[in-house]
Design a protein around this ligand. Sequence first.
Ligand code: KIV
Length: 272
Amino acid sequence: MSTAKKEYKRVTVKSLVEMKKNGEKISMLTAYDYSMAKIVDAANVDVILVGDSASNVMAGHETTLPITLDQMIYHAQSVVRAVNRALVVVDIPFGSYQSDPKEALRSAIRIMKESGAHAIKVEGGVEIKESVKRILAAGIPVMGHLGLTPQSIYKFGTYTVRAKEEEEAEQLKEDAKLLEKLGCFGMVLEKIPAELTKEVSDSISIPTIGIGGGKHADGQVLVIHDLLGMTHEFNPRFLRRYMNLYEEMGTAIGQYVADVKSRDFPNDDEQY
Ligand code: KIV
């Protein structure tokens, strides 16, 4: 069932701001490869995020830190080839924008030029202000990411809920306003109290996209492997699994193994 209020043949950064204005919730989902992106796009997901969570779910790293700019561009190219409708946003990976604004701009340009993606996402607030300004000045749409920012996991020490204390919540509210003022078209709010998400979302005109940020965000994002239940050891409270693909795929693959071993596959109709 679709509850979209207006048909968007092609979702743009402007469409997202319009959706917020019209009270239409925004759907966002990750994808990292051509086949998955084709399915996600055909299902009318508004925004496809080529997240640096590829470092976890595609490459098996414990954190998002190891993935490189070249690897992100490779994933983004595969996704862009599949997409007809969704806005494709690509994470700038750790280590390719923190040194200085010029490096940030170079990395953003490489993503846009080499992948054909439509926008980039960066983690952080005031500390990356100059980089965000520089990227935006080059005409590249920027999405922010506040709250639990996984590239800073070693600073936080844990993946627990952020901004529960007054001081951090105040800083987050200021950062959200700053990102809006700089010209970002939206921002992810990860793992923060629902009431704080509401306050932030009500105070800015650009959309907030929550992951563990509660129901008041203007949209929601999940990692597709989690939504489909391909990952089964990651069970945060915010995650709703729509399938148990880990089990279903395991059963199907197990059946294939059994069929090969028993000489059932291939049968007479499955050969030339
Ligand atoms: O990399 C990612 O998948 C993300 C989402 C969790 C928002 O940044």
